[in-house]
Structure formats: C-alpha cells, structure tokens
Design a protein around this ligand. Structure first.
Ligand code: UDP
Length: 459
C-alpha cells in the first residue's frame, strides 16, 4: 500500500511555489496553485521565514517550507535601507532556496518546476543551476509590466521628460497614468530599480505567467508573445466560489487577517445596490487631510457606506467620527470578495490594486478610482478609459480628492445614465472573465497546456 502511494506521488508533478510576502501577491499565486493541484500537481508553498505565521489560511494539502531573507526576525523593517535589504535578501534568499532544493532532491521529493513571484528574479537562476524548469508569475497587469520592460530595455528613459507616451500595443498614456515609481525616480531610484529588475532575466524563463486574461489585454498579450513565446495569461486567479463555482471546496485562501463577519450582517439588511464599499488595500497609507475628506464625503452622500480602515490608519479618522451607524460601518478588515459579491454593494471606491481591480471586474461591481501609487495609477487609467468600468475621481492641486468630488462621483456611478453604461460594461467584462477561466476558455487552456508540459518534462 505504502509503495503504491509513493508511486502515485511520484507520478504527480511537484511544483515549488515561491510566494512574495505581501497580501496582494500571496492571494493570486495561492489560487493559481490550487488550480494546478486540481490538475494533478503537488504543491510546496515557500515564503520567507519572517512571514510564515501569516500563512495560516493555506490549503491543508499543500506542503509548506520557508527560506531566509537574512532577516528572519522581522523582514525588511530590520534592514538599514531598501537597497541593503535587496542586496542581502537576494544573496541569502538564493543560498537558502538552493539548500531547500538540495534537501528536497535528497529526500526523493524532487522539484519539477519552480514557480516564482516576479519580485524574486534570482529564483530563476537558482532553479536553472539545478536544471529545474522556472516559471515566473507576474502579479501586476500587462500594461504595467510592459512599461517596466521598456525601461529595462532602455526604450523608456527615466527621469521622464515627456507628458504623453505611445508605447507599442498600449493606449496613449499621460504622465499621471504612468506607474508612480517612474515619476519619483530621482527621489527614490531603488523602488523603480526593484520593479524593473523583475525583467532582468525573464528571457530565460521557461514560462511567463500573468494574472490576467487574454480578452482584457489582447493587444499587449499579442505583442509580448512575440517577444516571450512562452507568455501565457492564466487569470483571473480568484476563488471559483465567487466566480463559476467549479470547485465547490475552493475557499477564499490567503493571508490570515482578522475579518469582521459583522459587516456581512450589517450589509444583509441594506437594499440591493445601495452601499458604497471603500477600501485602499493592504499597504496604502493616506494622508490625514485625504482621510478627512473621504470621511465627510461618505457621511454626506446619499448612500450607505462600508469602509475598510486598517488599524494603523484609524488614527487619521476625524475626531469623534462614528465607526458604526445606520448610515455607515468602518471595519479594520473584511473578506473583500464576500463583500463585493454581496447584493447590497452598488459601487467600489478603490485604490486600484491589481487584485482589487480584477475582483471588482469579475464580480461585476462598478468603481470609483482613487489611485495612490505604484501600478494603481495605470490601473485607474485602464479602468476608467479603456475598460470603462468606473470613473477616476479628480484630485485638486494638493493631489487630494475633495468631499464634493467624491459625492459627485458616487452620484454619477450610482444614479446617472453614465452609471448605467458603466454597470453594463462591467457585466460584459465579468462574462468574458468567467469565459476565460471556464472550461475551454483562454486562461483555462493555458493552464492545461502548462500542466501537460509539467507532466511531459517529468516523464
Ligand atoms: N483585501 C481583503 N480585505 C480587505 C482589503 C483587501 O480581503 O479588507 C484583499 C483584496 O481582496 C485583495 C488584496 O487584499 O485580494 C489586496 O490586493 P490589491 O492588489 O488590491 O492591493 P494591495 O494591498 O496589494 O495594495
């Protein structure tokens, strides 16, 4: 019996999945890993040691391993600078990953493919040194990836000197649509270097996988496939219980956070489409003045609101601002997918993180975009002007969205004719997204192709 089990295990391709320790990176790579498991692969999930306690909501069938970034007691906050962290974590991370691959190989647990977050480009070099296939997982969208790739190629020079950009296969982009690190290059060169470095060795990757779907990004997908023949869209990686319900056991796996079930109860007695959901993701830190404008804007609008204000941000709420009333509820965290899928939600005021963007599009909720930094500015442009699933709130000369602007945006999305068109657009995108991941769809076929290739390489 034991021998048979071992033989069965041996027949399953073994993927080592290296996840970057951030909520927005863990969530999609975990969902992708679940799909690979459904297709017969065996998964070992790996992240940095300092982050392991956050991995409590991982499918029980996954093996978990950790590697060191050189700062096991707390990660980047213990490094002197961003550069110091990158230098040390690259060196220690590479050595630690090599030790892990060695250990797994010796225990007859040989790895067939290393699937690594693109923020770990060095993982490809380690995988190759063991003769193992390497697949890079891009968590940001392809417009953003291709902008950074142009910087890597030297075809887009920083600091930027123009105001409008025409890059192959992309819509025309204004300065404010570009990823923010291109605009802050002079003050913070390391941030941009870090993002551009994702592409330093990508030409050597056996597969380039991206968390999006072909129909959403056709032009850029067609263009990039000529450069990276093994580029494949494999998204949206969202638990199927919120999409096509293909895998009934497909829970909302991710990083352990305290979630308030209270918000679902609160939503339950609100009329259909009456609530504005507001969240700026897991990292963004808003200024005090912006928080105040949002708070009064939400309080004065004619809809209900549910607002996620992380514990570290609560101090910025206006003094005495009510956290729970008939009109609004503030929670420190929620299950965003459950909230977006609730019929009481009418629109989503979002920072436009890529996961939030895909989630709202797949569930069919119109948006009001208030991007903060990084790729969010580019995502906001795509949301508002290309996919037309929302509107971008205008900022004033201090880069703040005023309460009057927010109230007008809410009226526009929830009540106007323009809002009806936006709603119908987002439903069309939702249909295409479901088709892409459904049986026979573009992303579905790509995942099958990837998995078949794993089994072939194993034979
Ligand atoms: N999220 C959540 N609950 C919250 C806020 C965010 O579950 O209260 C999830 C959200 O569904 C998404 C992720 O956290 O999957 C945030 O990723 P995103 O790329 O949108 O933004 P980031 O946090 O990386 O800026």
């Amino acid at each position: 019996m034991r021998e048979m089990e071992e033989k069965n295990m041996a027949r399953r391709a073994h993927c080592l999945v290296l996840a970057y320790p951030l909520q927005g990176h863990i969530n999609p790579i975990l969902q992708f890993s679940k799909l690979l498991e459904h297709q017969g692969s065996r998964i070992t999930l790996v992240t940095y040691r300092f982050y392991q306690n956050n991995l409590q909501r991982v499918p029980p069938s996954f093996a978990i391993e950790t590697i060191s970034d050189g700062f096991d007691q707390g990660g980047p906050i213990h490094a002197e600078s961003h550069k110091a962290y990158m230098d040390r974590s690259t060196q220690v991370g590479s050595e630690s990953l090599a030790e892990l691959l060695e250990k797994l190989g010796q225990s007859k647990n040989h790895v067939d493919c290393v699937i690594y977050d693109s923020f770990f480009p060095w993982a490809l070099d380690v995988a190759k040194s063991f003769g193992i296939m390497g697949a890079v997982f891009l968590t940001q969208n392809m417009t953003v990836n291709s902008i950074y790739y142009h910087v890597h190629l030297g075809k887009l020079q920083v600091p930027l000197t123009e105001h409008e950009f025409s890059l192959p296969s992309l819509p025309k982009l204004q300065l404010e649509d570009m990823p923010s690190f291109l605009l802050t290059y002079v003050e913070h060169p390391y941030y941009l270097d870090f993002f551009v470095d994702q592409f330093s060795n990508i030409d050597k990757a056996d597969w380039v996988l991206c968390n999006t779907f072909y129909e959403l990004d056709k032009e850029v997908a067609n263009w990039i496939t000529k450069i990276w023949p093994k580029f494949r869209n494999i998204g949206p990686n969202i638990p199927s219980m919120f999409l096509d319900k293909r895998h009934e056991d497909d829970k909302d796996y991710g990083v352990a956070q305290f979630e308030s079930e209270e918000c679902i109860e609160w939503l339950n007695d609100k009329p259909k489409g009456s609530v504005v959901y507001v969240s700026f993701g897991s990292i963004a830190m808003l200024g005090g003045e912006q928080m105040e404008e949002l708070a009064y804007g939400l309080n004065e609008c004619s809809n209900y609101f549910l607002w996620v204000v992380r514990a570290s941000e609560e101090i910025k709420l206006p003094r005495g601002f009510e956290k729970k009333s008939e009109k609004g509820l503030i929670v420190t965290w929620c299950s965003q997918l459950k909230v977006l899928a609730h019929e009481a939600i009418g629109c989503f005021v979002t920072h436009c993180g890529w996961n939030s963007t895909l989630e709202t599009l797949c569930i069919g909720v119109p948006t009001i975009a208030i991007p903060h930094w990084s790729d969010q500015t580019t995502n906001a442009k795509l949301m508002a002007d290309v996919w037309k699933i929302g509107i971008r709130a205008q900022t004033n000369e201090k880069k703040i969205v005023r309460r009057e602007t927010l109230k007008q945006c809410i009226r526009d999305v929830m009540e106007s004719e323009e809002g009806k068109v936006i709603k119908s657009n987002v439903i069309q995108w939702k249909t295409l997204a479901l088709k892409a991941i459904g049986e026979g769809g573009s992303s579905y076929q790509n995942i099958i192709e990837f998995t078949n290739n794993l089994f072939c390489s194993q034979a």
